[in-house]
Design a protein around this ligand. Structure first.
Ligand code: SF4
Length: 368
């Protein structure tokens, strides 16, 4: 599987930018990685204007997205979010990742008016949402379902993001069938990660995780009514290996994925690092859009010490890992939060979400 030989520097133009309209979140999910979610630090208009200057140019030339992420982006309020959206041209695809608890008719009208694509965070059937609680520790599921009902009432299609905290066989079919019924168009499955302020262990038995993914593939193949992000990607890769085109699956360069924090500071490559500081690496940011245009920040990425260390880690992965052609060297934040540095290779995250995912697809193929 190693095969992949392309160089993996950092692309000069990202395919999307993540914006943090507020650090605040109205929930207190127990697995959340965000460090400042009880503080309402709001993005100012000059930050959005500075980002829009670059993004509008990129969007005039190619498909380009802005993803409003938080905190909980709706917690900032419609008026504030509208003011931050205003500098962006209509060419820009606007997305919002939300816990859905605040969605009502007024928000649905807002999404329609601003042509926003909505992705909701929900972990499957009610009993699997025990980690998704209010700040007072009460269940949030009923509020999430009210939000989803509002989306359906207004005919707004949505994606879903599901965190799985205990990947075992027997669970995947239940989860997939739940989302089929929920009516989402696209589903992403994240195995819980040890990241940020969530320091819970994420080492699971190999056979459980492989079995979980294999079962998910089987459930999807019985009724592929949803775009299932991880499974479709794995099947594309497996197909490319069989066709001898695996080298063309991964992009040649890493997407810089700029995350613009409320104050204009920019963290590249890994949104989960935004808001953290470390004695060795500082605040992980590569600049601030209030002082430096975004393209310049991206062009100077390797001036940031941790990014150089990360790129060395990617090369170590390339030299040592049979899954590199599929994975491409995985996420910087997972390396940092699991190893305390960026140039290590194998993490529990990559075991769960790369190696065992691919093994699950192969297990399914062997049994099919
Ligand atoms: S991050 Fe993990 S799966 Fe990905 S290439 Fe590196 S060692 Fe392999």
């Amino acid at each position: 599987m190693r095969g992949y030989t392309g160089m993996r520097g950092i692309a000069s133009v990202p395919s999307y930018v993540i914006m943090q309209p507020t650090t605040l979140c109205n929930l207190g999910c127990t697995y959340c990685y965000l460090p400042h979610r009880t503080a309402n630090r709001r993005m100012t208009l000059p930050v959005a204007q500075a980002v829009a200057r670059s993004v509008n140019e990129w969007a005039a030339q190619r498909r380009f997205s802005v993803v409003w992420h938080g905190g909980e982006p709706l917690a900032t309020g419609r008026e504030h979010l509208a003011s931050l959206l205003a500098p962006f041209s209509r060419d820009v695809e606007q997305h919002v990742q939300t816990n859905a608890t605040l969605i009502d008719d007024a928000w649905c009208e807002f999404f329609t008016a601003h042509r926003m694509r909505v992705s909701v965070s929900v972990d499957g059937p009610e009993e699997l949402n025990r980690e998704r609680v209010t700040r007072a520790g009460r269940p949030s599921y009923d509020r999430v379902m009210r939000g989803v009902a509002a989306l359906r009432r207004h005919g707004i299609g949505f994606s879903a993001l599901c965190v799985v905290s205990n990947p075992v066989p027997g669970l995947a079919t239940r989860i997939y069938e739940y989302f089929l019924e929920l009516g989402c168009d696209v589903l992403g499955i994240n195995i819980e990660e040890q990241e940020g302020v969530n320091t819970r262990d994420n080492a699971y038995p190999e056979e459980s995780v492989v079995g979980f993914w294999a079962e998910l593939v089987a459930a999807w193949r019985r009724n592929p009514g949803i775009h299932l992000r991880e499974v479709e990607w794995s099947l594309r890769y497996a197909d490319a290996v069989l066709n001898g085109t695996a080298d063309d699956v991964l992009p040649r360069q890493l997407d810089p994925i700029p995350t613009v924090a409320y104050d204009g500071s920019v963290v590249l490559l890994s949104p989960e690092l935004a808001g953290f500081t470390d004695r060795r690496y500082g605040d992980f940011s590569s600049g601030n859009v209030l002082r430096t245009p975004l393209p310049e920040i991206i062009a100077g990425a390797t001036a940031t010490g941790w990014i150089r260390e990360f790129l060395a880690g990617v090369e170590s992965c390339r030299a040592s890992c049979a899954y590199f052609g599929f994975c491409g060297g995985a996420h910087a934040a997972n390396r940092y939060f699991e190893h305390g540095r960026f140039d290590g290779t194998v993490t529990d995250h990559c075991r769960n979400s790369k190696m065992r995912l691919l093994e699950g697809v192969l297990q399914h193929a062997r049994g099919a």
